[in-house]
Design a binder for this molecule. Sequence first.
Ligand code: ATP
Ligand code: MG
Length: 330
Amino acid sequence: MANKAVVVQDLIKTYPRVMAVDGISFTIDEGEIFGLLGPNGAGKTTTMRVLLTLIRPTSGKISVFGVDALAYSDKVRQMAGYVPQDVSVDGELTGYENILMSCKLYGVPSKERSQRIKEALGYLELQDRAGSMVNTYSGGMMRRLEIAQALVNRPKILFLDEPSIGLDPIAKRNIWEHVENLRSDFGTTIILTTHDMNEADALCDRLGIMSKGKLITIGEPSRLKASLGGDVVTVTTKNSECSARLKELGYSVTSDSSGEHCGVIVSDGEKLIPHLLENLRKNNVEVETVSLEKSSLDDVFLKYTGARIAEGDSWLEASRVRRTFRRLTK
Ligand SMILES: Nc1ncnc2c1ncn2[C@@H]1O[C@H](COP(=O)(O)OP(=O)(O)OP(=O)(O)O)[C@@H](O)[C@H]1O
Ligand SMILES: [Mg+2]
């Protein structure tokens, strides 16, 4: 069994009028990329900050690499790097100076600082702009700088709160690549929060879906999608017997299938299509069109939380507004 990087048991965090985290339990393996997915106010950031020992929970147990986080918060902080949800870089300083500040905050010894800064800048491909003021950086560069800051104490576990929020698709992929490299190069365990289904699907080994402080379900993205019942392959044909033939052949046919327009539910649509077409041909059903509808994490989300979070411009825009708003209200 893989070593456990994080073990959370019955974690609760209440505020006067809200139960931000409502009795959640989960584990994260060493070297795993684990995602917390959920709508606004689900409790993702609170969970992350409790694990980081920045907020004290109301009750529950947390261990990070075998260390009791409530009793030994210093030890946990020494092992962890944190990229907060809101912008944390100082625009009036250069990239180099921002990382130097992190070195001081994390207690990196003076004689090691320049080497650590060089390493972090190089790793996040920021060395060419190290001397520029951060308010001249793009959003993607700022996020990379924030990750670089979190790496100066060479963390065993990295916490990323919405790592690619508000970034364009190319900058987003660039962040994902860096996160994956961290795991493959150093075996870093990574816990991230996101609303982005593509991010969760592309990056996370396992996901916990949160809603209203509760952990609704947990699993590998592919398993969560399979739990919906699978993909739907739809065929159209002039043969009105198609639906009946498919049932005779043992396929699971969708309830809205009519004689000439039939949907078949399967776990792996791409693989099924050639066999399905061959079977229909043998049964004298000539297929005119075939289409495949893959189940998505968005469908998983809808099933478990009753809400749909579609990745799109309006959502990105809202995220950006929220991020800026939080900065203004700090
Ligand atoms: N310091 C606080 N005092 C009172 N309530 C709080 C505090 N911090 C968080 N909450 C509440 O706890 C709940 C969970 O908030 P949290 O920030 O953890 O959600 P989230 O899942 O990270 O949401 P988002 O996607 O918007 O970042 C919300 O209802 C929030 O208003
Ligand atoms: Mg949050």
